[in-house]
Write a protein that binds this ligand. Structure first.
Ligand SMILES: [Zn+2]
Length: 433
């Protein structure tokens, strides 16, 4: 056998040690010991080899704009929205595309090879973003899967041009139908928007991903309508509710009815812990609510949940690194998912679970699948979350697209070793259920 790339001695997320042979963009073999002629052999002994990181919730039309036209001084959602309005009017299509491409470079360097990005379709200024990101989607297609959501950010009914532009964006090839029911003028309008947008998706055979109930108001219950419409229209498995933060504050009795409805409708959930822990609870004094939706409870009901990043250096969030392990790290803490099984699951929630939500069923470390993977300077998935380590090697569709030399720190301490590594693998931990 002759292959393009042969990786020797990697550790899979489930703890098995393996070689991986890559040929013609696919995984040709994944076995404990492979003998093959290879264009390049890479020794990855002792390092974690994982499916690529996948961000199922992002805003690429705003990313890396931090500071333009000014900084969000309060750090609140409302100042962020006002700032986005100013930026939208000023930025050009070229500027949006240039920033998006720069962000995709960051993403690739971190092993983040698929992104679902919402793109604002509220007004004519926003259509610059639609055109820019459609072009970027084609540019990055060889190495990064960019899926776009038509997102009427100022309200499908509330913003005068939103409906027309959302439909136009879908006609232009935007992949997924979005919405923001809690931002419409009334609860009734919010409900109606969920119905109409789900009907549009059903008619066009598209997936749905709505910003849903991103508020601390326990009466914001549009997720109920989203689950109902999913079932009525036969959209099971194709619909996602993003954020769902109001569920944090809802009455427990109501939630005990709601979670089975979401599970029955096979609606997935995408909490965004970096942003939700920052933006929610801002009207509270103390105690101050965390605002993150009920992640362990949803998982307990068999609801699919994946962590999203949401923002990097934009009007709403002044930090961010394109590292999905930062997202898993924050989610694990805020949701108190600290058992070995739960921590392990948090890793899947930025890799395989987000792939499933985006419908990317050709990814994963199995023979015959697309050869997209990442090698990390860690021994297992939990250690990867703890260290958020260097990505030593990133392969996309069979090509090495990023590479980093292993870092090391030398020490000058009396009677101590000359170098230090913070790796500390716990044997047999990664395959706990
Ligand atoms: Zn968002």
């Amino acid at each position: 056998m002759s292959v393009d790339i042969l990786l020797k001695g990697g550790i899979l997320p489930d703890g098995r040690t393996t070689d991986i042979a890559i040929a013609n963009g696919r995984i040709a073999a994944i076995e404990p010991s492979i003998d093959a002629e290879a264009g390049e052999v890479v020794d990855i002994s002792g390092d974690l080899v994982s499916p690529p990181f996948i961000d199922p919730h992002f805003h690429m039309d705003a990313t890396l704009s931090y500071g333009h036209p000014r900084i969000n001084a309060s750090g609140t959602l409302l100042e962020g929205i006002a700032l986005w309005g100013e930026l939208k009017a000023q930025q050009t299509e070229e500027e949006i595309a240039e920033r998006a491409l720069r962000y995709c470079d960051w993403a690739v360097s971190m092993g983040l090879l698929a992104i679902r990005s919402h793109v604002d379709t509220s007004d004519d200024d926003a259509m610059k973003g639609v055109r820019a990101l459609l072009a970027v989607r084609e540019t990055v297609r060889p190495y990064l899967d960019l899926q776009l959501v038509a997102f009427p950010q100022d309200g499908f009914y509330r913003a005068p041009k939103a409906k027309e532009n959302t439909l136009a964006a879908l006609d232009m090839g935007v992949d997924v139908v979005g919405g923001i029911p809690h931002f419409e003028r009334t609860m009734a309008d919010g409900r109606a928007s969920v119905t109409e947008l789900c009907e549009i998706a059903a008619e066009r055979g598209l997936m749905v991903d709505m910003h849903c109930d991103e508020t601390d108001d326990p009466m914001s219950r549009h997720i109920e309508q989203l689950a109902y419409e999913t079932q009525r229209l036969g959209l099971q498995g194709r619909v996602t509710g993003s954020h769902l933060t109001s569920m944090h504050s809802m009455d427990n009795y109501y939630v005990s009815k709601l979670l089975p409805l979401i599970a029955e409708a096979e609606v997935a959930a995408i909490p965004n812990p970096l942003i939700n822990i920052t933006l929610q609870g801002r009207h509270d004094t103390y105690p101050k609510r965390r605002g993150l939706t009920r992640v362990p409870e949803m998982l307990g009901h068999g609801i699919r949940v994946a962590w999203g990043q949401d923002c990097v250096l934009d009007p709403w969030y002044s930090l961010g690194t394109a590292d999905m392990l930062d997202v898993a790290f924050m989610g694990l803490h805020v949701a108190q998912m600290t058992s070995p099984g739960d921590m392990r699951r948090c890793f899947d929630m930025v890799t395989s679970e987000s792939a499933a939500i985006m419908g990317l069923d050709d990814l994963g470390l199995e023979k015959g699948r697309r050869a997209s993977l990442v090698v990390l300077d860690a021994g297992d998935p939990i250690e990867a979350i703890r260290l958020r380590p260097d990505r030593l090697l990133v392969i996309s569709n069979g090509r090495i697209v990023a590479r980093r030399k292993r870092g090391g720190t030398t020490l000058a301490l009396p009677g101590r070793p000359a170098s230090v590594s913070r790796r500390h693998t716990v044997e047999g931990r990664s395959n706990v259920a």
